[in-house]
Design a protein around this ligand. Structure first.
Ligand code: ZN
Length: 191
């Protein structure tokens, strides 16, 4: 059940395993080309989108991960789910998210991604951002984000634009990583 409080963008999330089977969606892994498609804006926030959000949230919590963009499950529409809370009980849903303001100062965080399992590296991004998005009723809202929330909002919007966080790293690191992941993939296929 997704419950949206009227004055908060935070959503209480409750698993409802008993109501219907979990819909866990397969997550694309870098360097899959489909991760580089640019997602289209959502035209109407309807039950189809709300079901997509629910499935994405279940997939993110199950992984477990901090955030998931629709691109990562091969749906190329501008939908993001995130939960940066410690107790994993503050689901955030961003439909058609846009960054409408950035701070002049930058901050470096070690990022990870469900599409690049086992890889963590430092990425520098604006420390604070102002975000505009639609909620589950299709209503626009705006908020300021800092710390981990700012990092992951930028990380997830990158996904919608076809960009994986490792593309912020040096070409040398990216090429080494691709070579390593392709080798691991070949080894898996041989088993
Ligand atoms: Zn990611």
């Amino acid at each position: 059940m997704l419950e949206m409080s009227s004055h908060s963008i935070k959503i209480t999330y409750q698993f409802t395993h008993y109501l219907r089977p979990m819909a866990l969606l397969p997550i694309l892994h870098y360097p899959d080309k489909r991760l580089h498609k640019v997602a289209k804006p959502v035209a109407v926030v309807d039950d189809r989108i709300r079901k997509l959000v629910k499935d994405m949230a279940e997939t993110m919590y199950d992984a477990p991960g901090v955030g998931l963009a629709a691109t990562q499950i091969d749906v190329h529409e501008r939908v993001v789910v995130m939960d940066v809370s410690e107790d994993k009980n503050e689901l955030m849903v961003l439909i058609n998210p846009e960054i409408i303001g950035r701070s002049d100062d930058f901050k470096t965080y070690e990022e990870g991604c469900l599409s690049v399992p086992g890889v963590f590296d430092e990425v520098e991004r604006p420390a604070e951002v102002r975000v505009r998005a639609l909620d589950l009723d299709g209503k626009p809202f705006e908020f300021d984000a800092d710390e981990l929330l700012a990092v992951y909002i930028q990380h997830e919007i990158d996904h919608l634009n076809g960009k994986v966080f490792v593309q912020h790293l040096s070409m040398l690191k990216q090429n080494r990583l691709k070579a390593r992941l392709r080798k691991e993939q070949r080894e898996l296929e041989r088993v």
